[in-house]
Design a protein around this ligand. Sequence first.
Ligand SMILES: Cc1ncc(C[n+]2csc(CCOP(=O)(O)OP(=O)(O)O)c2C)c(N)n1
Ligand code: SF4
Ligand SMILES: [Mg+2]
Length: 344
Amino acid sequence: MNAPVKIETTLKDWETDQEVRWCPGCGDYAILKAVQRTLPQLGADPANTVFISGIGCSSRFPYYVESYGFHTIHGRAPAFATGAKLANPDLDIWLVTGDGDGLSIGGNHLMHVLRRNVNMQIMLFNNEIYGLTKGQASPTSREGTKSPSTPIGSYDHPARPAAFALGAGARFVGRGFDVSKHLPDVLKAAHAHQGAAFIEIFQNCIVYNKDVFNDFAAPKGAEDQQLWLENGKPMLFAKDGKGIALDRDKLELKVVDVVDGDWEAAGVIVHDVTNRSIAHMLVEMPFGPFPMALGVLYDDPRPTFEAAAMAEKAAASQGKEANLAKLLGKGQTWTVDGTAQDPV
Ligand SMILES: Cc1ncc(C[n+]2csc(CCOP(=O)(O)OP(=O)(O)O)c2C)c(N)n1
Ligand code: SF4
Ligand SMILES: [Mg+2]
């Protein structure tokens, strides 16, 4: 359950007095503002809201939101968040992680929180670099990325966070970028989803990986490279002059031209957020030949982990009375004889 009682707050209520340690101009500021703007619109209650992070620049996020928060250990935010949710399923949990925190050291933990479908919003700030430790290549760094750990250029094939999430069993996959005006809408949709909602947020690390997303996320002039997905709406982009269609012979997506607005004639697909097969194609869609798929790529809830855990607990304890003394006295017991000597 998320925030059972809606309360009124303003952006100011979610700001802290903590000294912000991000570099001036870092994309993290824009994401923070987007979240602080979204929380009042959700009717979120600071007393019921928890931000849980690992380690990294992105993971400093909980300090800057006036709510409960844990800045935990590297890659382990999913374990803390799962524990918090099981202890109190009514908590509204936001997990904050980076491409290094969530996909290097924490890849295994991230996989399981998604697979288990623990109800929370998971924001992965993808800047394709380790920011905090001064710019080493991360699992999402592109081939050829030069960094202190890859001085001649990375030859790793990069991971795709949204594809990872879907492959791990996520029932909600969204995408946005730091300075996008649509980011709050993606966050709201993630919050409305009951279950683990994964959001990949492209974030500009202006110090160690500046402007790597500019081809689709530049503040101006890149809109034609953005495919904003909306449930029930045709997949159109480039001022509706192009669309995404399905090549039925090859069973793959293709870009088509839309003439005179007739997207149906061009075979443009209508986005159905519950279509898992199309979602798999969208998360794999290569940027360049295709636009960047943004918004809600997939949203099809199923029962959550904590609901199943609570139901099992209720069933197992039904008709039984809690009795600690009886439990401790069960099975083999013995009395310690106080007169016995210690062996020498
Ligand atoms: C056990 C452990 N190993 C390594 C580190 C060093 N370390 C701290 S943050 C980090 C990577 C952070 O990258 P990312 O998650 O992408 O966050 P960003 O700083 O880019 O937001 C690493 C390797 C650590 N703190 N603890
Ligand atoms: S190093 Fe990069 S990610 Fe970290 S605060 Fe600076 S600009 Fe932001
Ligand atoms: Mg990073």
